[in-house]
Write a protein of this length. Structure first.
Lengths: 224, 224
DNA sequence: GGCCGCATGACAGTTGTGTGACAAATCCGC
DNA sequence: GCGGATTTGTCACACAACTGTCATGCGGCC
């Protein structure tokens, strides 16, 4: 069974697409905005994703880019705008096809089939973030220091990724607790402990950290 | 350098496309009818083929089918007819995309790029992947370790292929359940068991896997 | 000097993973 | 169809790794 995720803010259009897709034999799920769509796709990846370009909050282009980071899923843009600039930008962002509303469901279905036939993307090397002698690859779930892979635990990895995502910026313990652990409240010392453990692994001299630095009274930040 | 073959009987349009493509940095060749196009592609395969639907003699649909028989080359239809039936028929025949004339060259170029990015044709025709002393032949359904063929079951093979397709990247148990078993939900331990069995067969020291490694809390990945 | 924030080591409870056993399902030659 | 062999999925258990809490001590800062 082929699953399709439809990210579209207009309720009427979304429902119409979902119904039409199910009519065509797909399992279809909807999301009303980019954030919800991304979460869904992470939790339970569909085989195809349909994205509208004009979304509240995170826009379609950014949504495509983030989808592409995690996944090779075929992405089809379904937009009201028939404009070469938009089409090119969407394809460059990582979309595989672009359809202008209103779409004929038979065409959509045929295009989805053509995309699946072509299969998943060629094995692309995992994306890597570099901080001096420190390399982080979210895809590969890997951290390297001076070329050597170091084993970090899941929590440490999440913490590191969160810091890397906001490289150079201070993140308070509260923010980290929230984003890494999902705690709205809790003991901030917990962050210290894990930062300490992380330093043991990724810093040359853990007592004198160069990448994962403390900003007294503010929090931590990751830098080159 | 990327080569494109344009099969189009209207001289003016063909020349315009060839010029525009060269402007975009492609090497472009033309053919005025299907027979000539097929011959050219056999003799000196291009990386992409553009086909008009209305051709003298052999028509575009048949041309696509014959191209597809020999080759996985990405095929884009460029036609004056904006009709769902034609679009669906062309895609079913084996085309990868369908553009309605007049085409914006920037859009065409972006679509060609998107296709190549995805194309299995361009990169993995042999479909034998090598991971150090481990070889996986997707076509032949064979797995070899250190030159010796090892017998793996169908499930194990699919699991291995899925991991190989995303070589070097972590796949969560959820993703594997979804992609290998098609389960939307289910016991993740199932994945563990099959990974364990696979290791017995493909790893030199199954207790100390070098290729099929666990990333605690994240999932599994296949590496060199 | 005293206070506060941070680093660190130890520890117990929890979680995640590997593995062997087993029964159901499937395959296959006859 | 039939019976044996293979494959598949479930379960339980053991073990190792990880997590969060706490206590202690150090060092900067007012």
């Amino acid at each position: 069974m082929t699953a399709v995720l439809v990210i579209e803010d207009d309720d009427r259009i979304r429902l119409a697409l979902l119904l039409a897709l199910e009519e065509e034999g797909y399992t279809a799920h909807g999301a009303a905005n980019a954030e919800e769509g991304l979460r869904r796709q992470r939790q339970d990846p569909a085989d195809n994703v349909l994205v509208d370009l004009m979304l509240p909050g995170l826009d379609g282009f950014e949504c495509i880019r983030q989808l592409r980071r995690d996944d090779d899923v075929p992405i089809v843009v379904v937009s009201a705008r028939d404009d070469t600039h938009d089409i090119v930008a969407a394809l460059e962002a990582g979309a595989d096809d672009y359809l202008v509303k209103p779409v004929a469901i038979k065409e959509l279905s045929a295009r989805l089939r053509a995309l699946r036939r072509r299969g998943r993307a060629v094995v692309t090397p995992a994306a890597v973030q570099v901080f001096g002698d420190l390399e982080i690859s979210a895809d590969a779930g890997e951290v390297r220091r001076a070329g050597r892979t170091v084993a970090v635990t899941r929590t440490e990895f999440r913490l590191l990724c969160e810091l890397a995502q906001h490289a150079g910026k201070v993140l308070s313990r509260q923010q980290l607790l929230q984003r890494v652990w999902g705690y709205d409240t809790g003991d901030e010392r917990l962050v210290d402990v894990h930062v300490g453990r992380l330093r043991q692994k990724i810093e040359e001299d853990p007592g004198n950290p160069r990448h994962l630095v403390t900003l007294r009274g503010l929090g931590y930040k990751l830098q080159r």
